[in-house]
Design a protein around this ligand. Structure first.
Ligand SMILES: *[C@@H]1O[C@H](CO)[C@@H](O)[C@H](O)[C@H]1NC(C)=O
Ligand SMILES: *[C@@H]1O[C@H](CO)[C@@H](O)[C@H](O)[C@H]1NC(C)=O
Length: 202
């Protein structure tokens, strides 16, 4: 059993990949969005701990509609768990919210009202719930295309609280089994040794 696990390179790879994810601590994503009319643009995903941080640096923001009376509260970035997102869609279907940014189930990171005429912004958002979150850009403006350069960095201040540590336990168990194998082998050699001793004494 133990040898079986050691002999599998794919499992080794899996272990190292998991290590990289859980001890790398950070996920950085650069996205160049050009004249995009999608109402929802997923940017990136990350499993936060209780000490999560999102750094968002957005530049070169332009909207295809330059109307100064545009309701910019209808465009912006939010963080949402996949579960909560299902309820947000439900709220939308039942007409409880007209824009995901208005839902009380999401964490609004930045809405475009705060731009106040600027074309770039930097912000930091704290996450205190150990959950997997998706960073999403929401555009509820009708027939307005958006262009921008997005840099997002998601990380946890304390990596040890990172829940993906749970994910490395599985291959870890497999890597423990050579140890168990050696202990069993040791016990077996000890028993043989005892038998040999008993036999030679008699
Ligand atoms: C908005 O994007 C759509 C789809 O990419 C495109 O067909 C349309 O021409 C764009 N509109 C403007 C005003 O840029
Ligand atoms: C991104 O924004 C954060 C928060 O304001 C700032 O600390 C950081 O230096 C910025 N990074 C870049 C590459 O501009």
């Amino acid at each position: 059993m133990g040898m079986l696990c050691l002999g599998r390179p794919s499992l080794l790879l899996l272990l190292f990949t998991s290590l990289f994810i859980s001890f790398g601590f950070a996920e950085i994503r650069l996205a160049d969005i050009r004249s995009d009319d999608r109402p929802i643009i997923p940017v990136d995903e990350f499993r936060f701990s209780h000490t999560g941080r999102l750094e968002l640096n957005v530049s070169r923001v332009t909207l295809s509609n330059k109307d100064p009376n545009l309701d910019l509260s209808k465009a912006g970035f939010l963080l949402c768990t996949p579960d909560a997102w299902m309820y947000v869609l439900q709220q939308h279907v039942f007409g409880e919210v007209t824009c995901a940014l208005d839902s009380d189930l999401v964490n609004v990171v930045y809405d475009f009202r705060s731009l106040e005429g600027k074309s770039s912004f930097d912000t930091v958002f704290r996450v205190n719930d150990a959950e997997r979150y998706t960073l999403v850009f929401v555009n509820c403006l009708d027939q307005v295309n958006v262009s921008m350069t997005v840099r997002s960095k998601m990380y946890n201040l304390e990596g040890k609280e990172n829940r993906s540590a749970v994910e490395i336990i599985l291959p870890g168990v497999c890597f423990l089994s050579p140890l168990v194998y050696f202990i069993l082998a040791g016990i077996w050699i000890y028993i043989l040794y005892k038998i040999v001793l008993t036999v030679s004494r008699s």
